[in-house]
Design a protein around this ligand. Structure first.
Ligand code: F6P
Length: 534
């Protein structure tokens, strides 16, 4: 059989060609939806409107996976300029990239108040900390009327807006739609789409951890029920690791919020007449594109600046959003502890923190930024000398600077309290040119893949952080280089394109099964009772 006519779901992901993907997609229409899109327009000081790359892991992975798919990517507008650009674009679709379109961007435009309730209140203050085990249970969150109101009138409403836009896109063509929903902002979307388009194929991917059932139960019962029902409107649910899959299945199985039959062996959940497969595919990066970025002139300039900043001192680096789950303060405390405990390292190392401002509409994030600045200043006051600043801190949106830092580090500190995957360590592994060592929290999803090639860290343990920084900086050259090589090989074995292909393939399998009318219902476990309902 010629390779192009082999069934898509039987193709080997290692050898699949872009031509085969295009061939498969010929009569399909890929629709992606995520809260944050690949591009954000902002007005510059001279009055012109400039496009900026959207931040974060979803954008990094998806924008490279969608090359040559002619897909439509629906996201929420963030700036006035987004809305203006969308209004002026033919059919409301913006070409990406504008000169050589590979896919299209379309914005939904929610009311300001609805967006604030959906994004700041529910997504960022309730769901995000829930999924990262970040509730400060004695104090936060306080789930009062305003939170219920935000769920009822903000979260639901914006999910409906996304669903309506997706349905409009589905109905705009005869091609078969394949829908890929992203992350915790859009848990209700599949169910809303399915009410209008019952047979459409829908995949949802969760980019953060999925908490264990006891923790998940902290979310009010009604929200939990609606959230799981919404998710079970998908055909396939994707997570980064088998651990998150298992947590999700357990949340469904206990019959406390939804009555769903769970087949843990086949990782299949039946809710009413609908079946949902639950799978894991670790997200990755596009290392070839990253290597091209590394060769850019602006990156070279930043590398030069970094080298003159460090001189012949060792460079410990962190690159992160200003985000509680990233555990930036404990990174600084660990470093301070390291300087106290191992004074022979004074003046021989610089800890460069390259941070991105994040979610500054929330007080918690603003406070965190201030605490980070104060902690860095305190270390510099205590240990700094005339020609040595122990901590270098920059908080601004600067991608080439981050790439340069990942090329130049001697050690990279990645110590999140919890992280769905973490792409900084994967980017570092591919970019670094000094045989640098990665210190990686055992609570980052990436640790499952990278263990053995990194130094593991309990992110809460400051004493261990100090000792691990020291080990990373003084590991022998042979061991260091061999760890760096293995880390790079692990990361290079996966790409964001492959991550996306796995999802397309999972949907293809569902489609085939439906076409064959094969319902493997025999052997499904009994439905559990609701604990509180019926
Ligand atoms: O970690 C999952 C993720 O979707 C990232 O891609 C992104 O950095 C973050 O969550 C969401 O960030 P923001 O609220 O700034 O869009």
């Amino acid at each position: 059989m010629d390779r192009d006519s082999t069934e898509f779901d039987e193709l080997d992901l290692e050898t699949i060609t872009p031509r085969q993907v295009r061939q498969y997609l010929k009569d399909k229409f890929v629709i992606v939806a995520s809260n944050r899109g690949p591009v954000e327009f902002r007005k510059e000081e001279d009055g012109t409107i400039k496009a900026h790359r959207g931040a974060g892991g979803v954008v990094t992975a998806m924008s490279t996976a969608l090359v040559a798919t002619d897909a439509v990517w629906i996201s929420s507008m963030r700036t006035k300029e987004d809305a203006k650009m969308a209004r002026e674009a033919p059919g409301g679709r913006l070409a990406m990239p504008p000169d050589k379109p590979q896919y299209w961007v379309r914005y939904i435009i929610p009311e300001k108040k609805d967006f604030q309730q959906y994004y700041s209140v529910i997504s960022n203050s309730i769901l995000w900390p829930l999924q990262h085990y970040l509730y400060d249970v004695l104090r936060r969150p306080v789930i009062d009327e305003s939170v219920h109101e935000a769920w009822n009138n903000g979260y639901r409403k914006v999910n409906r807006l996304f669903a309506d836009e997706i349905v409009r896109e589905i109905r705009s063509t005869d091609k078969k739609p394949l829908i890929f929903l992203q992350d915790y902002h859009l848990y209700l979307c599949a169910q809303y789409i399915r009410r209008k388009e019952p047979d459409v194929l829908i995949h949802h991917f969760t980019h953060c951890p999925w908490a264990q059932p006891d923790y998940f139960r902290m979310l009010p019962h009604g929200m939990r029920r609606e959230l799981l029902q919404g998710m079970l409107g998908n055909d396939v649910l994707g997570f980064h690791t088998p651990h998150y899959v298992s947590n999700f299945l357990q949340c469904c199985r206990e019959g406390e919020a939804v009555r769903a039959a769970v087949d843990t062996k086949r990782r299949l959940v039946r809710h009413g007449a609908h079946e949902t497969y639950v799978r894991h595919y670790p997200i990755s990066i596009d290392h070839e594109a990253l290597e091209r970025t590394a060769g850019r002139k602006d990156v070279a300039d930043y590398r030069g600046r970094l080298r003159s900043l460090a001189g012949d001192r060792k460079l410990l680096v962190r690159v992160d959003r200003v985000e509680p789950s990233k555990n930036i303060l404990r990174g600084l405390q660990g470093y301070e502890h390291f300087l106290c405990r191992y004074p022979d390292w004074k003046e021989r190392v610089i800890f460069a923190n390259f941070l991105y401002p994040s979610r500054s509409d929330l007080k918690e994030y603003r406070d965190l930024q201030r605490d980070i600045e104060e902690a860095a200043e305190a270390i510099n006051r205590e240990f700094g000398t005339e020609d040595w600043e122990p901590v270098h801190l920059e908080i601004k949106d600067n991608y080439p600077r981050s790439v340069a830092a990942q090329i130049e580090y001697d050690a990279l500190l990645v110590n999140p309290v919890a992280d769905g995957m973490n792409l900084v360590c994967k980017e570092g592994a591919v970019l670094n040119q000094r045989g640098g060592v990665i210190i990686l929290s055992v609570n980052a999803g990436a640790y499952q893949e990278m263990r053995g090639t990194v130094l593991p860290l309990n992110p809460l343990d400051i004493a261990e952080t100090a000792d691990t920084i020291r080990s990373a900086l003084q590991i022998g050259e042979r061991k260091r280089k061999s760890m760096a090589r293995s880390a790079r090989e692990v990361v290079q074995a996966n790409t964001s394109f492959k991550w996306f292909l796995q999802q397309m393939r999972a949907l293809r399998r569902v489609e085939k099964q439906r076409a064959e009318g094969k319902k493997e219902k025999a052997g499904m476990p009994e439905l559990p009772r609701y604990e509180r309902f019926e």
